[in-house]
Design a protein around this ligand. Structure first.
Ligand code: ATP
Ligand code: MG
Length: 554
């Protein structure tokens, strides 16, 4: 086991696995699986499931399968399959063997359905969906037996074959397990196990027009793959007796066990695939990988690292109690990672011109700045300096408040890694906007403090000519309320934060960033962490703000 995995704290799933290993259950094997349905992109909640399933296998020298739970072809697509494979890989996990599909097992599942019919434990039911619902009862009313429940084995076999051969319309009949219509557990009231769906499947084409239900497919697929610990989220707790019923009543090769843990919920965002899809389909965001989306591909584009997402999942932990995790925790995880790993650079996001009146107009010099203040191994970079500079608009105040730490008329600041400058004159346009600051520099302040006066603080800057034009996309939380989906009166779309994306077109960054690779990450000093977006061109770099330097969210 890798030291990283072995040193992690043990959660309740790990305790179960350790006990099973001690007692020799499952012959000492540990096999888990991550079973996404390819009906959308993965999100941060899936990351928790991925870390738990792959992490548990890694910790106990077991294996984890990647299996697409593809029993509903109407909502599934190859695009989703490809994105999920990419995301799991990017998170740093490798599955055992090939990628698997529940559809690989359609023939076996069909044969097991036939087996149940032969055992008198399944029947073809002709109730319409509405009637079936009515017969099912509810939490307070027991169900009633379907009038088709006592069909003979022969009749059921013949009808099921005709279902399979495409002789019936969708919804006209279904195959149901014969369990107990009076069970207090609704899942055991003769659940549907096969339905008719005349839909082409992305893996099996037109081979099937009947498809197994999730509950009939899941445990048996686990058994086929030799899964030992089938870990899922708490809403499946009530399905566990059904999971076990199929395992006990079918000649499956082994007996996997289901365990449930609580879903990850994050505030200020949503982790419902249906709603995420709506955001994409209705173009409220730029796509599944819009950097405001809580999808893995969105977080990746935003600048999150696999290490930060895994660390976040570790910090959240694995329990059986539901709770909402603060978005600040996710942001803290990426800050902690990038603080250590991101090289520093300067970028002026909202520039204002600074002209040094006493610096020779044709002169240029280079300053050497460390790439990281605490990590010498990251080396140095060269930053050009001249009489024409740019500083951040918000680093100048014509009428500074008390204790102002930046530039103001008649006052001095240090330009990071360079000289101390003093502002002597403020130039405005016809509308009264400050457009340029005439300053003087103090040549004696290269690497030493000025004599007789004290600069206000340190600000960042770039050389006006020798810098790279860039676009900066400042992202904020996608929703303005903690629980966007929790308000019955208000649609979640009404809670979209109108300021969740601010695009700055005039920014300029250090010359050294020219040609920076897509997805490379930087700390722009005093501003935040940024990642190069794939929209970058040879003419213009595009940066996504991953997160601000400090938690400034109110
Ligand atoms: P659907 O409604 O489409 O089934 P889903 O969120 O359950 O949506 P799946 O693709 O079925 O999506 O999920 C794959 C795995 O990820 C499942 O084991 C599921 O329990 C787990 N998972 C999904 N959402 C979360 C979440 N928010 N926290 C933890 N695990 C999750
Ligand atoms: Mg699901």
């Amino acid at each position: 086991m890798s030291t990283a995995e072995s040193s992690k704290p043990v959660n309740f799933i790990h305790q179960i696995v350790e006990k099973d290993l001690q007692q020799g259950t499952h012959d000492g094997r540990v096999v888990t699986r991550f079973p996404p349905e390819p009906n959308g992109y993965l999100h941060i909640g899936h990351a928790k499931s991925i870390c738990l399933n792959f992490g548990t296998a890694e910790k106990y020298q077991g294996a984890c399968n990647l299996r697409f739970d593809d029993t509903n072809p109407e909502k599934e697509s190859q695009e989703y399959i490809d994105s999920i494979i990419r995301d799991v890989n990017w998170l740093g996990y490798q599955w055992q063997g090939e990628v698997r599909y529940t559809s690989d097992y359609f023939q076996q599942l069909h044969d097991w359905a036939v087996y149940l019919i032969e055992q008198g434990k399944a029947y073809v039911c002709d109730l319409s969906p509405e009637q079936a619902k009515e017969y099912r009862g509810n939490f307070t009313t027991p169900g009633r037996n379907s009038p088709f429940r006592d069909r003979s084995v022969e009749e059921n076999l013949a009808l099921f074959a005709r279902m399979k051969n495409g002789e019936f319309a969708e919804g006209s009949c279904s195959l149901r397990a014969k369990i107990d219509m009076q069970s207090p557990n609704m899942n055991l009231r003769d659940p549907m196990i096969y339905r008719i769906m005349h839909t082409r499947h992305h893996q099996t084409g037109d081979q099937w027009c009947i498809y197994p239900m999730y509950d009939f497919a899941h445990g048996q697929s686990d058994a086929i793959e030799g899964v030992t610990h089938s870990i899922c989220t708490l809403e499946f707790e009530d399905h566990r007796p059904l999971y076990e019923w199929f395992i006990e009543n079918l000649p499956v090769p082994c007996a996997p066990k289901q365990y449930e843990f609580s879903r990850l919920e994050l505030n200020y965002t949503i982790t419902s695939k249906r709603r995420l899809k709506q955001l994409v389909d209705e173009a409220h965001v730029a796509g599944w990988d819009d950097p405001r989306m809580p999808t893995i591909s969105g977080l990746r584009r935003r600048g999150y690292t696999p290490a930060a997402l895994r660390e976040f999942c570790d910090r959240v932990g694995v329990t059986r109690s539901n709770g909402v995790v603060d978005m600040g925790m996710l942001e803290a995880a990426i800050r902690d990672d990038l603080d250590k790993t991101a090289p520093r650079a300067m970028c002026v996001v909202r520039p204002i011109k600074v002209t040094l009146t006493n610096y020779p107009a044709d002169q240029q010099e280079w300053f050497e700045l460390p790439n990281h203040p605490k990590d010498e191994t990251m080396g140095q970079r060269q930053v050009p300096f001249s009489a024409n500079l740019l500083i951040e608009e918000e680093d100048f105040a014509e009428e500074p408040p008390r204790k102002w730490k930046r530039l103001a008329p008649g006052e001095a600041v240090r330009l990071r890694g360079a000289y101390v400058i003093t502002c002597n004159e403020v130039i405005k346009d016809a509308e009264g906007n400050v457009v340029e600051l005439k300053c003087s520099y103090d040549p004696d302040t290269k690497g030493s403090n000025p004599e007789g006066y004290k600069p206000n603080g340190v600000i960042h800057w770039v050389c006006a000519q020798h810098s790279v034009p860039c676009e900066v996309r400042e992202y904020d939380r996608l929703f303005t309320v903690e629980n966007p989906a929790g308000d019955k009166e208000r649609d979640f779309l009404e809670c979209i934060n109108p300021d969740s994306l601010v695009v700055l077109n005039n920014s300029r960054c250090e010359i050294g960033l020219q040609g920076a690779a897509v997805e490379s990450r930087f700390q722009f000093e005093r501003t935040g962490y940024f990642a190069v977006d794939a929209d970058s061109t040879a003419e213009k770099l595009v940066f996504n703000r991953t997160v601000t330097l400090r938690d400034s969210w109110k």
